[in-house]
Design a protein around this ligand. Structure first.
Ligand SMILES: [Zn+2]
Length: 181
């Protein structure tokens, strides 16, 4: 009669050693560290986008409001890199892990544009508050319908474009917006 309980214990121990953390995320306690958030601090909005929990409702509302106006705004679904450039290990258009930020920093610095990716540990993406958008035409440009819509309506949903991503700035990026705190 003993082998069966022993086998059960072995299975439980094996589970504890591997995938169990996904089933029961650790409770969110203490300060959150940029790029090292526990799963429980983040809400999935699209397959490529997780944001800090309190931002998820307003991001969903923003996307729905844009759609109601005929604008297909959504967090980026691809990395929009030039052909031939291998992409990052994971597409993280909103919250970005520390390792993901290292990848983007290395990429932008390699093309002489370090200013387009924050130093790892300082990005608003690492706080779950940055969102990179695309629209029905692809990655946002300053001429995109998605950009025009955001310029007119982002504030109504608690989003803004920081000065160092605005048109004409050193690190201009039409696609990068952030949730107000
Ligand atoms: Zn961004």
């Amino acid at each position: 009669m003993t082998p069966r309980p022993l086998a059960t214990i072995a299975v439980v121990l094996a589970l504890l050693a591997t995938g169990c953390n996904d089933l029961w995320p650790a409770p969110v306690t203490g300060p959150l560290e940029n790029g090292r958030y526990p799963d429980g601090a983040l809400t999935l909005v699209t397959a490529e986008c997780r944001v800090i929990n309190d931002v998820a409702p307003r991001l969903r509302t923003l996307i729905a409001a844009a759609a109601a106006d005929g604008v297909g705004l959504t967090p980026e679904q691809s990395s929009f890199l030039p052909p031939g450039v291998p992409g990052p290990p994971q597409i993280e258009s909103c919250y970005r892990s520390y390792d993901g930020q290292v990848w983007w920093r290395n990429y932008y610095c390699s093309i002489g544009k370090c200013q387009n990716a924050a130093t790892p540990g300082t990005s608003k993406h690492g706080l779950g508050r940055g969102v990179d958008f695309q629209d029905q035409n692809g990655e946002l440009t300053f001429d995109s319908p998605g950009y025009a819509w955001l310029a007119a309506h982002a504030g109504e949903h608690g989003f803004f474009q920081p000065a160092n991503q605005q048109q004409g700035s050193d690190g201009e990026e039409a696609w990068h917006w952030e949730a107000q705190t």
